[in-house]
Write a protein that binds this ligand. Structure first.
Ligand code: M6P
Ligand code: ZN
Length: 191
């Protein structure tokens, strides 16, 4: 563990932009078409409209060392693929015993969580919501509003991102538009 200097980052609540991002990740529909429940709709959208930005992450650069506290913003653009709202890929932590905190900055979203033993939880997030992802819970965020959904995240450096388990198994709960309203439904692909 080395000493390093303290620093401050200015965060734009509406856009999630950081004053000096250490990294920016953009995820487009082509990066995650197979994660949408209606993959055919995702492929059709790509063919008819071309690629689209689904979400962007801006974070500070920190050493990958135990005790460091990475933090970032995520901005999910509004929209749907078929009936399913724009969402992040979602992940378990490689170190399952590490939790995470999300803080809503603007817009409206859902935080979809599940454990490997079959428990599920979906909580609403608006500006000012501090949502806790306990250890062992996979987490995905979904924009259920008409404007950008932006939130701030804080976790422990050694948590790590396990995307493979979700890519293989998916989430048990989906957030779809039904009668014009965001509705949580069971994922038909998971019995
Ligand atoms: C949150 C945090 C980040 C994560 C980001 C996007 O800000 O959990 O660690 O990278 O959401 O989610 P994902 O990595 O699942 O695409
Ligand atoms: Zn995480």
């Amino acid at each position: 563990m080395r000493y390093m200097n303290p620093f401050v980052t200015e965060v734009d609540f509406a856009s999630g932009e950081l004053s000096a991002p250490g990294y920016v990740i953009q995820r487009k529909l082509s990066d995650m078409a197979s994660m949408y429940a209606d993959e055919a709709a995702a492929r059709r959208t790509l063919a008819d409209e071309g690629d689209r930005l689904i979400y962007e992450v801006q974070g500070v650069e920190l050493p990958d060392e135990e005790g460091q506290i990475p933090h970032c913003t995520t901005r999910i653009l509004p929209g749907r693929i078929g009936d399913e709202y724009h969402m992040t890929k979602g992940h378990y932590h490689a170190r399952r015993e590490q939790g995470e905190v999300y803080f809503g900055l603007s817009g409206r979203g859902c935080l979809v969580m599940q454990t490997e033993t079959g428990e599920t939880s979906v909580v609403q997030m608006v500006a000012g919501s501090a949502a806790y992802v306990p250890p062992f819970w996979a987490h995905r965020t979904v924009n259920v509003g008409d404007e950008d959904f932006v939130f701030f995240s804080v976790w422990e450096a050694r948590a790590g991102h396990d995307y493979g388990t979700i890519e293989r198994d998916g989430f048990r709960k989906l957030v779809l538009m039904r009668d014009g309203q965001p509705t949580v439904v069971d994922n038909p692909r998971i019995s």
